[in-house]
Design a protein around this ligand. Sequence first.
Ligand code: ZN
Length: 678
Amino acid sequence: MTIGNILSRTRNKASKHATVLLALLPVPPKMLGVAARDARQRQVNNEILCDLMEAIFAPIVALKNSGLEVECADGKVRLCFPRLSAWIADHLENVTLHGIQQNQCAVCEVRPEQLGSYLGRSAAKRDYRKYEHLFNKFSDNNQQAGKELTDRGFKLLPSVFWGLPNIQQSDLPKPDILHVVYLGIFETHLMKWIIGFLKKFKRLQSFDAIWKSLAVYPGYSAPNKEYSRISQWTGKEMRNLVKVILPCFAASLRRPSAVERPIFAKALTCVRSIVDFTLMSQYKSHTDATIQYLEQYLKAFHDHKDVFKEYRKDKSTMRKVREVTARIRGENSEVLNQQRLSGATAAKRRRIADEQRRDLDGIVADIYDEDVDFNFVKIHLLSHFGDHVRRFGNIQMYSTESGETSHKTMIKEGYRRSNRNDASHQILRTYARLDSFKIHEMNVEADITRPIEDELHDKRHKRQVGSVTRQPIGFTSTVETISELNSTLRNLPDLLHDYYRRKSSIGCEVDMDSVKQFPVEICRLLRVPIENFQDVREVTWHLLRCTGTQHWRSTGRSRNDWVWVDSGNRNIYGALKGFYPARLVSIMKVRNSKTGLVDRLVLIDRLYVENSGKLSDITGLVTVTLGTAKGPTGTTEIVVGIKRIMGMAHLIPETAEVDNKRWYVNNRIDLETFNRIY
Ligand SMILES: [Zn+2]
């Protein structure tokens, strides 16, 4: 149990102990010889649940009229009336709590056969007060009332929430990104469709290869094996998957044939829409425009999902398709044989065969249309997201994730410490003890007086270079010596000269010979602070590595990260808004002997932004290639100050080959990038 008044930023951190472990709900014993779905067993389960909830809710019910005086953090005493406002649970738990059938939505009265369709307006909200009324009538032997309830998917058992004051029962279930989107849509369904799709078009191998070659990014750990070799997925892995699936899918569908082109476009639009929906549903603050986008993405997903229809087939449909195909193929070949016997030309026979193939495709598509649908609850639950944001604010605040993580400390740890004999009491006691110690600790901590710091100012760090490579003692490397020793820095004197020429004002130019004598130190790390999206209080440090030709840790490969470089002109590079991606070649500190100042510089290799940075209509992505435009020094390399490095870029190669020359700019990698590049 937790309190809605606590800021969700605090509440959702397990370390803040804002959630109290209240009770462990038992699994009612199974009656011998009675199936779980039997009416008697169901009734017993429900009675146990109702009795338990009554005991749990008793303190809230008791305060219904009198309220409770609460000493608040600001020192004031307020009269408070606690009320149950949300119950964060997965769909199956909601089904039990609200007493509805599994194929029903706990919020609205949508028909099971409409779960998979996009409804402009959602169905009527469930009126549980009315159900209570009808149920009382039914208990008095009114069969009509019972029928009305069953029609609405209600199980004809008293509900656990009916005794509670001031609640709106249909508002208790909250949208849940983890269970509904990541696990409910992506893991259980969409990824299976995508893999089926890739298999059919023989692209799974290239998808796997690209999947394995992905680069790391802050908040994203790259997979270390092929997609098809992973059998178990966690919520975190699914979260990572959503960040990269669109460009990976787009890359593996590159260069379609004329026949494939429209199908691929449809599949990509479908995947893009649901990925964008997922990302936008994680925004911490919304405007009318973002909610509209959310609804548009959902509609586009529904409009294009039919392309995956045949990968949703069940066994009986597959059998039907097989039988029909075999029968028609037999008939067709007979027709062709007769044509041959009657002396038809090869061209004519080919024409007939083509026609037959088209007919067969049409017949199979008709079977899928008839037999396959998208009517599962979680696809419907997405349609409540927009409405929820309008009424209650961002979706993340009702996350089940903190609950899932605390499961470990609260329950597993308690069980481990118990003597396994009637463990539930010991679990509750263990956690209560740990919890009160922790809260005491936090209270003491809060009481210690500290100088008041300007948090914002404190967090606004500057870019830093680090991890300086060691030099032999007594040896100072200069621009000249380093460019001779290190083949990747061949052009350094020219590039540096060019840099100082661009930077200096007229009259105090530095000539080439003095640039060559500037002392230089090579670094392997650049730290760039990036303000978190919609939360300026926090920064994420992007650690940009550049090992030159040396290997990075035990990977056996060198690491030269992709970075965003600010060109200084917001109006170029289209959707990239003045930023262009480049590869780090070197990070260095150069002492300008003329001025005595140390300049922190990076040598980068620019990429060429295709189509002036216009997003592709189909994939919604920008592509970049190895640069061809020659700079003044005849290369695509350039030296810039570290201030122009705007963080790490996530690029996904078009092929996994070593000589790949084209990349997709992955703007779905985090919310900040997603919001900037569109
Ligand atoms: Zn609904």
